[in-house]
Ligand binder design. Structure first.
Ligand code: ADP
Length: 363
């Protein structure tokens, strides 16, 4: 059978385990020799015990766990050719020529680069006599498929990334907890949620929690946001509302591209309205806890589809990413999606917000 490995890389997210499980089970079912690579690219570079054969039973009882049981890491070595050369040798030694990479756009960029370099890495290893000429001559290809694990839902081409829904659940739980105490004391609560380049979590949270206002990286639509915020807060209190919630994404900016932080918003509310105001920064709580049913199913579907894509790949198949479009798991060209994701971030950094939003919208 074909040699296939799965690894998780970059920031973890809930639902990654479901994806790992599906890859292993679908791979074993189709007769592949399946491997885990522990600790992302670092494990691939270091080899040895980090690359471990997986059995059907190895992935029992992980679907409900948060994070990733096979570990994730950021890896400087893999950014250098020397590191990728070691990784290549380790994969060849195990007979692995198919990879499922579960990570964000950085990890997927690395995977694609590795794939493009593969034959030249093999040549170098052959020249050095580190691999067997008979077994690893020309025409050996590395096939890769990407799955996007990210709580921010910041990847172009897919309606949802693995982990976003669970993060939303966590945020809503936190807001419900905060709301009951805020209600008792008639407080205004400012909540910072994740999303450096993407306001998705913040916007959906704001809708689901009846927030007064939300601040996102895609800029506020008016210069006078501070006045408008104060006006709305006064209106709400005058109408008898006992608590107010304001959501701030960590990458929120104003019309000039200057950061808007939870502390800044608090300062405005306290100075202008003297309301009892508190800030909560959710931080890593959002990545924690068990994956939602949606993320378990999403990870499972994507993992299974990834293996199918690898089994059907031939000489001319390009790298793909498994995306959710509507309610379908589909294969899209990996590098196109990565490039568009990077272009969106770039456009936002250059304050071309409308362009960024439009670009992200096209799937
Ligand atoms: P994410 O995958 O969540 O976007 P990172 O951007 O930190 O997270 O990428 C995770 C890892 O992927 C990096 O630590 C590195 O090992 C690898 N990687 C990222 N970008 C590249 C690249 N351009 N070339 C090679 N490897 C990369």
């Amino acid at each position: 059978g074909k040699g296939l490995a799965v690894f998780t890389s970059g920031g973890d997210s809930q639902g990654m385990n479901a994806a790992v499980r599906a890859v292993v089970r679908m791979g074993v079912y189709l007769g592949c020799k399946v491997y885990f690579i522990h600790e992302g690219y670092q494990g691939m570079v270091d080899g040895g015990p980090h690359i471990e054969e997986a059995q059907w039973s190895s992935v029992s009882s992980i679907i409900h766990k948060g994070g990733t049981v096979i570990g994730s890491a950021r890896c400087m070595d893999f950014k250098e050719r020397a590191g990728r050369l070691k990784a290549c040798k380790n994969l060849v030694d195990c007979g692995i020529s198919n990879l499922v990479c579960i990570g964000g756009d950085g990890s997927l960029t690395g995977a694609n680069l590795f794939r493009e370099e593969w034959s030249s890495l093999l040549d170098e290893l052959l020249q050095k006599g580190e691999i067997d000429k008979e077994k690893h001559g020309k025409n050996q290809k590395l096939h890769i498929v990407g799955l996007v694990g990210s709580i921010d839902n910041d990847f172009c081409g897919t309606d949802m990334t693995i982990g976003t829904d669970s993060a939303l659940h966590r945020i809503i739980e936190a807001i419900d907890a905060i709301s009951s105490t805020a209600y008792s004391h008639r407080r205004t609560f400012i909540l910072e949620v994740m999303g450096r380049h993407c306001g998705y979590l913040a916007v959906v949270t704001a809708l689901a929690s009846e927030a007064t206002m939300v601040f996102i990286p895609e800029k506020p639509d008016r210069v006078d946001w501070a006045d408008r915020l104060c006006e709305k807060l006064i209106q709400e209190r005058n109408a008898g509302q006992r608590l107010s919630i304001i959501i701030v994404a960590e990458g929120a900016v104003d019309m000039e591209g200057k950061p808007i932080t939870a502390e800044m918003v608090k300062e405005i509310v306290v100075t202008n309205l003297q309301q009892d105001t508190r800030v909560t920064v959710l931080g890593h709580v959002q990545r924690g806890g068990n994956p939602s049913a949606f993320d378990r199913i999403l990870g499972s579907r994507m993992g299974a589809e990834a293996v199918m894509a690898l089994m059907e790949a031939d000489e001319n198949t390009d790298a793909c990413v498994i995306s959710l479009v509507g309610n379908q798991a589909v294969r899209l060209p990996l590098m196109e999606c990565v490039k568009r994701t990077k272009a969106v971030a770039q456009a936002m950094a250059e304050k071309r917000w409308d362009e960024a939003v439009e670009m992200r919208g096209k799937s």
